[in-house]
Design a protein around this ligand. Structure first.
Ligand SMILES: NC(=O)c1ccc[n+]([C@@H]2O[C@H](COP(=O)([O-])OP(=O)(O)OC[C@H]3O[C@@H](n4cnc5c(N)ncnc54)[C@H](O)[C@@H]3O)[C@@H](O)[C@H]2O)c1
Length: 257
């Protein structure tokens, strides 16, 4: 894969960058020339990914953070600023999904505690991360916020209604925030991935599940984290400067809108 350094000089924060798709986002942003902050709940993974990417010669900072905690996010923004001097890109990728698994069950069986956790991380965490980082972007009068929703928010598949509701919230959040931050030259967009084989050590059941999802696609194959990287770099780069409030569905033509 030829990489063209489209993000040279930029500083990017990836929440949930210690595992799965977020880890792939962090690597590609670094490959494109960005200095990257891995903001991750799992401290070991945070450190491991930061070390892996630093060993490739890229400037990377690992910041253990729980996106439910406003003060930790504030500290993350301050550390990013003091290390790199600016923040250009925020990828709101952290979620309760695979690394912290959620139950796949019907609406009447979901534990209310799990409902609250999913909403707190996936929705409130995205809002709080934007609140911590947007003032820096507002002062710069530039920035790219990329939220991560899910194709499930369009399909409304049965099972995991808490997760699907949280991702549907991100679609509206993206539009409203885009309107609020437009005057500051900040683009707010969203990627809605299809079912993606993101697990580090997937068991047969997970592989089977991902295979089944690929059957209803136009492009009938299993989606991998790499399939999302073109959309990410596009929305993070100046090539998308006149695009805001939009959701790009990346799922091999499963959902079309
Ligand atoms: N894999 C898929 O099929 C798929 C499909 C559509 C959307 N998505 C979305 O893409 C994103 C990445 O998905 P993934 O498959 O890599 O899932 P994942 O669960 O492996 O990744 C989520 C990351 O967020 C971190 N995290 C969880 N809670 C956190 C918290 N409170 N604070 C900070 N970090 C926290 C996890 O440790 C993990 O590194 C998620 O937003 C997910 O909802 C995934």
């Amino acid at each position: 894969m030829a990489v063209s350094q489209r993000l040279l000089g930029k500083v990017a924060i990836v929440t949930g960058g210690g595992h799965g798709i977020g880890k792939a986002y962090a690597r590609r942003l670094a490959e494109e020339g960005a200095r990257v902050v891995i903001a991750e709940l799992d401290e070991q993974a945070c450190q491991r990914v930061a070390e892996e990417l630093s060993a490739c010669g890229w400037e990377v900072l690992g910041v253990p953070v729980d996106v439910r905690d406003e003060q930790q996010l504030q500290a993350m923004a301050e550390k990013s600023l003091s290390r790199f001097g600016r923040i250009d890109i925020l990828v709101n990728n952290a979620a309760v999904f695979a690394t912290i698994p959620i139950s796949r069950t019907t609406f009447d069986r979901i534990d209310p505690t799990e409902w609250d956790l999913v909403m707190e991380v996936n929705v409130k965490g995205t809002w709080l991360a934007c609140r911590a980082v947007a003032p820096v972007m507002q002062a710069q009068r530039s920035g790219k916020i990329i939220n991560i929703a899910s194709g499930t928010a369009f399909h409304g598949r049965g099972g995991r209604i808490h997760y699907i509701s949280s991702k549907a919230a991100i679609l509206g959040f993206t539009k409203a925030l885009a309107r609020e931050l437009g005057d500051f030259n900040i683009n707010v967009n969203c990627i809605a991935p299809g079912s993606t084989l993101s697990e580090e050590n997937p068991d047969d059941q997970v592989v089977q599940h991902r295979l089944e999802s690929s059957r209803t696609r136009v492009l009938k194959r299993v989606q991998t984290p790499e399939d999302l990287l073109g959309a990410l770099v596009f929305l993070a780069s100046s090539e998308s400067d006149f695009i805001t409030g939009q959701t790009l569905v990346v799922d091999g033509g499963n959902y079309m809108h």
